[in-house]
Design a protein. Structure first.
Length: 443
């Protein structure tokens, strides 16, 4: 009897089907659980080519898994094919400061490999997050204001396209595809290797400065005003209204990273934040950059995370902060985080990559956590919360987004960006094989 697997030619990796000993773990990503028909773990780029050809011939839905942290659940599916890149995780340092990173590597592994050489790559803030998903859609992390997004450090990529071809994309070879990869997500193929230009790094000053919830208004406004002109070595994240720490009474926490080991310079950069209000705690210390990246948490079964985000331009900072403070004080808001952007991000032209919101000063994200009944009950309030923000925010940041509607895609990619992405999609994936993403359709 002929099996569909008979069409999977020259595949040297793992093939995991329902009933296999490791299927239970293989069917899950970090934030979602599916029941795929086949989980394929390639061990080489040629295996990826075979897996892509198999998926295309099978007619089944295809998911590509790097680190598996997709909030929208893109890293698994029901009844389809999952290409799990976890065995393609090598970090090659043969041509420093250029670094070659496998498509299944995590940022913690990259940071550990580069640390002995005094190098790092601007990335996210979690060790277990995959290099691929984060880079292809942005990469806002602790070096963002000094060195830009993770995708700004990308100098080349190798990927398998929908017809099973292994090609290269950089500034000279397939430049339109290289433009699209830097912000266009997983729409164009399976990236088997990334090439980055690493940046020099020292130990960094990092920690948390917290203030009483009652001081949230003036502290937030002072923080945003200061970050607008702060040294680019300083990156910061504010979080408040934490439902697990008191909700409306939870302290407002300002996480800071000063990218350097000069204590007087760090003090000069951080002291204006310390003067914003009555400080409850201050644990800023000098530490290795790699230790700043947090360990990612896997929610227990039955617990969901719903996240949503938007960007804030300079002219809208004040009304956005006022709205957030009011919502938090009312005791009905989700967990709120605000990330400073600007700096090196804004020094890149808005059309230079497919990441379009270069001039935003802030990125706001909300997170709701709980079992399904809690998520459902919070839904109307969350919609009302974002409806209040809507007149003052723009776009969406795909890496902090649990949904994947047409409206979401239109917000992630403004019309001209989306038009260019669709043209690249038509060339490299005309049948839309790679649709499990914030999908830009080829037509």
């Amino acid at each position: 009897m002929t099996s569909v697997l008979d069409t999977l030619d020259n595949f040297g990796g793992d093939i995991i089907e329902p009933g296999a000993a490791d299927y239970e773990s293989a069917r899950r990503s970090v934030l979602a659980a599916g029941h795929p028909a086949y989980v394929l773990r390639p061990s080489s780029a040629d295996d990826v080519r075979a897996a892509v050809r198999f998926a295309a011939a099978s007619g089944l839905a295809l998911s590509v898994r790097g680190g598996g942290h997709s909030f929208a659940g893109f890293a698994t599916n029901d009844g389809g094919v999952v290409i799990d890149l976890s065995r393609l995780a090598a970090v090659s340092l043969q041509d420093l400061p250029r670094v070659r990173v496998g498509g299944g590597a995590t940022w913690g592994a990259v940071a550990d490999a580069l640390a002995p050489h005094g190098l790092a790559i601007s990335s996210g803030d979690t060790r277990s997050v995959g290099v691929g998903g984060l880079t292809l859609t942005g990469g806002i992390g602790w070096k963002v204001r000094k060195y830009g997004l993770a995708l700004d450090s990308l100098v080349g990529a190798e990927l398998v396209t929908a017809d099973g071809s292994l090609i290269r994309a950089d500034g000279q070879e397939n430049p339109s595809l290289f433009w699209a990869l830097r912000g266009g997500g997983g729409n164009f193929g399976v990236v088997t290797a990334f090439e980055f230009a690493a940046q020099p790094t020292t130990d960094v000053f990092h920690g948390k400065i917290s203030f009483p919830a009652a001081s949230a208004g003036p502290v937030l406004r002072g923080w945003a005003d200061y970050l607008r002109g702060a040294p680019s070595e300083l990156t910061s994240i504010v979080s408040f209204a934490n439902p697990f720490a008191g909700g409306p009474d939870a302290p407002l926490e300002i996480q800071v990273l000063f990218d350097g080991d000069d204590a007087p310079a760090a003090g000069a950069a951080l002291d204006p934040i310390r003067r914003l209000g009555p400080v409850l705690t201050d644990d800023v210390t000098l530490k290795p950059y790699g230790s700043v990246l947090e360990e990612g948490l896997t929610p227990p079964p039955g617990i969901r995370l719903v996240t949503r985000s938007a960007f804030v331009g300079a002219g809208s900072v004040s009304p956005v902060l006022d709205t957030l403070v009011e919502e938090a004080a009312a005791g009905r808001s989700p967990f709120i985080a605000i990330r400073s952007v600007g700096g090196a991000v804004s020094r890149v032209a808005s059309d230079a990559t497919a990441y379009a919101y270069r001039q935003a000063e802030l990125m706001v994200a909300t997170t709701t956590i709980g079992p399904e009944p809690v998520i459902a009950a919070a839904g109307p309030g969350l919609e009302a919360f974002w409806a209040r923000l809507a007149p003052h925010v723009m776009g969406l940041y795909a890496n902090f987004l649990s949904t994947a509607t047409d409206a979401d895609v239109a917000a992630i990619y403004p019309p001209e960006t989306r038009r260019r992405l669709a043209a690249v999609k038509r060339r490299y994936d005309p049948s839309n094989l790679f649709a499990a993403n914030h999908n830009v359709r080829p037509q």
